[in-house]
Design a protein around this ligand. Structure first.
Ligand SMILES: [Zn+2]
Length: 221
């Protein structure tokens, strides 16, 4: 199994190559030709893609979801709390966590992003684990709220986790990883991090990374 990551716009797109291929998140700016080139650069045959997973309903992660669905024919999976955003473009507010969160908000707030065309996910998961073996990947989707209440993580049997913005780069602390700098529920975030630290050893983020456990520092604030 192999994980490939590319920063496409402001966020990372991840490709899991196992028996089949799963794409996790779809980048920030809509660009069909660009996405096709990115897939080629990662050695992805669009026909081998079995699933497209959106880690959460924030527009910097979802711009090319329709483009990738069209290119691959694969179904789209998201958490039930991401459906409103995907269907209407309405998103929950970004809530900065602590001083670093406020600094991060100032750092990113003026970046333009593209909204995806409205889409209803083909597979809508709830809070229970969702096994990915039917899609040719040894792992599962788990619910990891805290950044926003739609955030899910792909937890692979290898101990690698693709966790959306549950863990994110901290540009104010040596570019190490930290818990979500935008956080709408601190207790939920702590529970999500606890499970991730217990069940995984390497963390692929929407922004920066990948991080190993010892590269992650979560401030108490
Ligand atoms: Zn986000």
């Amino acid at each position: 199994m192999e994980i490939l990551s590319r920063e496409i716009g402001l966020s990372n797109v991840h490709v899991i190559k196992d028996e089949k291929t799963i794409i996790v998140d779809t980048g920030t700016y809509r660009n069909k030709a660009g996405m096709l080139n990115e897939l080629r650069a990662m050695g992805v045959d669009p026909k081998e893609v079995s699933l497209i997973i959106l880690t959460h309903g924030h527009m910097d992660h979802c711009a090319n979801v329709n483009v990738l669905k069209e290119l691959t024919g694969a179904p789209v999976l998201a958490h039930k709390n991401a459906v409103k955003f995907l269907e209407t473009g309405e998103f929950d507010p970004y809530v900065p966590r602590g001083e670093w969160g406020k600094m991060f908000f100032d750092f990113v707030k003026d970046n333009p992003v593209d909204l995806p065309d409205p889409i209803t996910p083909d597979i809508i998961v709830g809070d229970e684990d969702f096994d990915l073996s039917a899609y040719g990947v040894h792992g599962k989707v788990i619910y990891t709220p805290g950044h926003v209440n739609s955030n899910i993580t792909v937890l692979l049997d290898s101990g690698e986790a693709i966790c959306g913005d549950t863990i994110i780069i901290n540009p104010f602390n040596g570019f190490n990883g930290t818990g979500a700098l935008f956080c709408d529920d601190r207790e939920a975030l702590d529970r999500s991090l606890e499970r991730l630290f217990k069940e995984a050893h390497t963390y692929y983020s929407g922004h920066g990374g990948p991080f190993t456990k010892d590269q992650i520092q979560v401030d108490p604030e």
